[in-house]
Design a protein around this ligand. Structure first.
Ligand SMILES: [Zn+2]
Length: 131
């Protein structure tokens, strides 16, 4: 099995891929990037929190134009995760047609390789597929 690296720092790989957020210790606000202070309450202490792999589609758009190496059309979405956390990601394993994606549709995290470097290390991204 090739060595794998996550495409984003908040994606944990392995046997049980999942997302990890930084959670404000004061108010519980969740952030995927590093923060000096909470945008909600100004708190400065954060812990890590594993987010649920399941959620629902809050919003989506079907993208028809991209750079030549990106296959279109594809579905770009915003997913509200069960138990908290909102993440931008593509909705995959679905026809990129307006009738195929529904607001509130249940989805589940999935991962997939997006490229391999000259040493065989595989970059892995995530998306959401119908649950
Ligand atoms: Zn806070």
């Amino acid at each position: 099995m090739p060595r794998q690296v996550p495409y984003v720092g908040y994606l944990a790989l392995g046997d049980d891929p999942h997302l990890i957020a930084n959670e404000c210790s004061s108010c519980g606000a969740l952030f995927f990037d590093r923060r000096n202070a909470c945008a909600n309450c100004g708190g400065r202490q954060f812990g890590e929190r594993r987010l649920a792999n399941n959620g629902v589609v809050r919003a989506f758009t079907i993208v028809h134009r991209a750079t030549p190496e990106v296959k279109v059309p594809y579905v770009s979405g915003i997913v509200d995760l069960d138990g908290g956390g909102t993440v931008k990601a593509n909705i995959v394993s679905i026809d990129p047609e307006p009738g195929s994606v529904k607001l509130g549709m249940k989805v589940r995290l999935t991962t997939f390789p997006i490229g391999t470097d000259s040493e065989g290390t595989e970059a892995v991204a995530f998306g959401y597929q119908p649950a």
